[in-house]
Ligand binder design. Sequence first.
Ligand code: FAD
Ligand code: 2HG
Ligand code: ZN
Length: 503
Amino acid sequence: MSRFQIIRHGLLVRGRARHFSSVSLADIDHFRTVLPPHAILTTLPTVATAPVAPAELDQYNRDWMGKYTGKATTVLKPRTTHEVSKIVKWCNEREIAVVPQGGNTGLVGGSVPLHDELILSLASMNNVRSFDPVSGILIADAGCILQSLTDYVAPYNHIMPIDLGAKGSCHIGGNVATNAGGLRLLRYGSLHGSVLGLEVVLPDGTVLDQLTSLRKDNTGYDLKQLFIGAEGTLGVITGVSLLTPPAPQASNNVILALPHFDNVQPLYRKVKRALSEILSAFEFIDRAAYDLAVKHGQGRALNPEDVEGAECFVLVETSGGRREHDEEKLTDLLAELLGAEKPLINTGVLSQSPAQFSSLWALREGVTEAVSKEGKAYKYDISIPLAHFKTVVDSTRKHLGVKGLLGDHAVKHVVGYGHVGDGNLHLNIVAAAYTDEIQDALEPFVYELVSSYRGSISAEHGIGAMKTHALHYSKDEVSIALMRKIKAIFDPRGIMNPGKVLE
Ligand code: FAD
Ligand code: 2HG
Ligand code: ZN
């Protein structure tokens, strides 16, 4: 058998089978001219480097939830943009499909192969290129871990404009590629605003250098925006320039227990009015989500008598310029809420120390972790009007009940949590195992429900492999046709993360 023999695998593209080449020994020989041996992990029986055991690639082939599994034989870990360019160019010529991978914390199956695509891990591209403490502009390699960037800018009294539960593993490149939202979006807006420039390797190996650090640049089409949220389907992001805000002088948080979900909306209005410019987060956890967080040790449970009868919880964070001023505003608000004739809340627990501040946040931030400890999660990350958050959770639970799927053997919990301030609900169905029966009960049911509220089927996690078939619920035909044209311009051979975003 020739070492150049092309082994092909099929991928269904718009009803046609699209074929890509599998990585061959000859390809590995080529990659050895680009990368040092330790940056090539392959299960193929190479002569020059000992092959790794397939289990060693599990962490790259399996996604964070254990829901999606690829069959890549090869993972490459370049250190420079030049190396990425050489690899991608070769793959394009050989029609080898490429999955760019950051921290592999994505929740829609976008970061792992569908078949045996090559995995291009950005993990070794992890240097800060520059930071300007005057403007707050940070330029970093795409593979920098979000938490390490937070630590990097902290001594300069800056923070990252984005924060999320996966901060210890996710990469800034992955954040940009997914247009991740997270816990600070209410205050600092989306990455479409914070990202000032990108360096991207296009599928033919060309380096698109738009790594500017200008606040304003109105010179024609803003190309970088196309890569923000493209989920690796248009090119490989290798560098990111973004605006980091000054660290607030004081941050406080309080968790509020509410007797009824219906109180969330009036509470949000009251909180916005009372805290105005210092309000930095308004996050929601329903009772079932709170109980799971507590059960799995995420943050410290509130006093049982304080949470008795609470149907849901809201975490409010303030970030401002003067501690006394902010604390006064927050305590005044609490007093007003508790002293009202018909109080919107049962109780409120105000953090008194940095440790308590983190512990309150953990109750909200840790729900994802808790859910994954409890079982296998079907995750729907939707945008709908706040008034319907509870109806969506309740209707889904009821629907699963009618189908006879509620119970420890099937669906254990249906929980809702999310970013109220952004109109974003995380509907999680926690099951004992992933089964076709549950999947069929949930889809298209959930998408139809979202559509009935003119919502979005993905508020922040993206489409990945999970929702390609459902894209039409949130995008009309004209938009999808334009997306396909854009994909064809950048990636005519379709090698970049095939089967993700677009079918
Ligand atoms: P990966 O998972 O590796 O990849 C995600 C997608 O981006 C894939 O399609 C991949 O191909 C592509 N990609 C990655 N790097 C690049 C690159 N350099 N160039 C081109 N394409 C690339 N998401 C939110 O939006 N908000 C949250 O609050 C949030 N909280 C989370 C909490 C937990 C505990 C977990 C596990 C996940 C959470 N997520 C959240 C989802 C996830 O963390 C984000 O989508 C994150 O941005 C993914 O980054 P990553 O580096 O892990 O990317
Ligand atoms: C969050 O807001 C994340 O905590 C994860 O976006 C949501 O686990 C989820 O569904
Ligand atoms: Zn979220």
